[in-house]
Design a protein around this ligand. Structure first.
Ligand SMILES: Cc1ncc(COP(=O)(O)O)c(C=O)c1O
Length: 431
């Protein structure tokens, strides 16, 4: 029976007060900031991690499921990756000429990622998607982009949002068009409306729901029939669904893809991968160039991750852990009688919380997350099982979920749900 932990959060709160005075918006990634967790109940600062466990700055321990917002695939402080970084540290972090690690990593990418005939390395998911978009525009000579959900913070994609538009050239909105996953008819309509001027469709290969009615095959065909490219944003799915990303798992190869997050188990490394024919055409005409693109510690970490994926049953383990967690959670929700579902593919899932009228409200997420964090389970947007979540971690988590569900049910039936919230409910943020 999980107990409510006797936690103090003073250091977290103190640091956040200081951060707000000195750091723009207080955080480097909005969705790591306190607005996405229940303020007053959730820790704000994590100091260390080991395997799937993290410790906040006040010394409280949690089982983590947001895994650095995606990068932590193998677990925190994973020996083989840490060893590779330490070994590389003896040689140097980055040189005045290119390093052999770039070639070694490129070989592994080309071997394992279906669309990767040629690659480029960068540091963030945002720069990888931006690079892929620039390549697509350079290759096709066209301007318009049709995009899916979230592809980072750079101007080409933020122009497609409605919030946080400060500093974005409004005219860029003319060139960016959004569609919902599986909504093929909107994409068809956009191809009609901007006939002959669509450079690319960029989408995550999968988010939560399965592609329906040949959605991805149809996108590829529509793009090619109109001289456009299909880009998969594999920043989240990459290395989590399989060593070759979701494209390998689904058996559909895009023209270009962007990888990031989990590539180096927490070290900053991202990849633009694509067909040789496309890369060769743009080679002399495109400008993608950055000092830290070949930084050696992250490349050493990336190589270690890829070798672990090649040599061990990591993908299978992650899928199995995710499936167990989802199936047991959903059975439990039925048994307890709450309208909570864990859905999505096993390597990347999300909770869906609804009331008896089937309505969603962020306060429902807040209450469930509140009751979990009080008992030592830290939830965020996504549920990412990692290789070193143990069976005991999952069993403990399930027992915490059961307690949280019972309280959720009581709150729903109380007629005063809000009185169960012990802090400020979380908000949706961009990024
Ligand atoms: C699907 C997707 N693409 C791109 C990005 C941007 O990656 P980064 O935050 O590393 O710039 C993210 C970040 O969450 C993402 O989820």
């Amino acid at each position: 029976m999980p107990e409510i932990l006797d936690r103090k959060l003073e250091k977290s709160f103190e640091l956040w007060d200081m951060a707000q005075k000195k750091i723009l918006s207080g955080t480097q990634l909005y969705s790591k900031g306190p607005e996405t967790h229940i303020k007053g109940v959730s820790p704000i600062y994590i100091e260390k991690g080991k395997a799937a466990h993290v410790w906040d700055v006040d010394g409280n321990e949690y089982i983590d499921y947001d895994m650095g917002l995606g990068p932590i695939l193998l677990g925190y402080c994973y020996d083989a990756v840490d060893y590779a970084v330490k070994e590389q540290l003896k040689y140097g972090m980055g040189f005045s000429l290119v390093s052999p690690k770039e070639v070694e990593y490129a070989e592994l990418c080309v071997k394992n990622i279906p669309c990767a005939e040629k690659v480029r390395f960068l540091k963030t998911g945002s720069s990888a998607t931006e690079g892929a978009i620039r390549i697509a525009r350079a290759y096709t000579g066209k301007k318009h982009i049709i995009r899916g959900e979230y592809h980072g913070w750079h101007e080409w994609t933020t122009a497609g949002e409605t919030v946080r538009q400060g500093g974005i050239l409004p005219e860029l909105k003319n060139y960016i068009h959004k569609f919902e996953y599986n909504d093929f008819s909107t994409v068809e309509r956009l191809f009609e409306e901007y006939k002959g001027d669509i450079a690319a469709v960029i989408t995550e290969p999968v988010i939560l729901e399965q592609p329906q009615n040949g959605f991805l095959e149809n996108l590829l065909e529509l793009c090619h029939a109109n001289g456009a490219l299909l880009i998969f944003d594999e920043v989240v799915t990459g290395f989590r669904f399989s060593i070759g990303g979701a494209q390998k798992y689904l058996g559909i190869t895009p023209d270009l893809a962007a990888f990031g997050k989990a590539a180096a188990n927490g070290m900053p490394l991202s990849i633009i991968a694509g067909k040789k024919e496309i890369m060769d055409v743009v080679d002399k005409n495109i400008f993608i160039s950055t000092t830290f693109g070949g930084e050696t510690l992250s490349l050493a970490a990336g190589i270690a991750v890829m070798k672990e994926l090649e040599e061990k049953d990591i993908t299978e383990r992650i899928w199995a852990l995710g499936s167990k967690l989802r199936e047991e959670t959903n059975k439990m929700a039925e048994r307890v009688g709450v309208n909570i579902r864990l859905h999505g593919y096993s390597p990347r899932m999300m909770f869906d919380y609804k009331d008896s009228a089937n309505k969603n409200d962020w306060k429902y997420n807040s209450l469930f997350m509140q009751e979990c964090v009080k008992r030592g389970v830290l939830l965020g947007w996504s549920i990412f099982p990692c290789y070193t979540h143990t069976d005991q971690d999952i069993d403990f988590t399930l027992s915490v979920f059961e307690d949280a569900m019972k309280i959720y049910k009581k709150a729903m039936g109380s007629g005063n749900f809000d009185s169960y919230l012990e802090g400020e409910p979380l908000k949706i943020v961009l990024g």
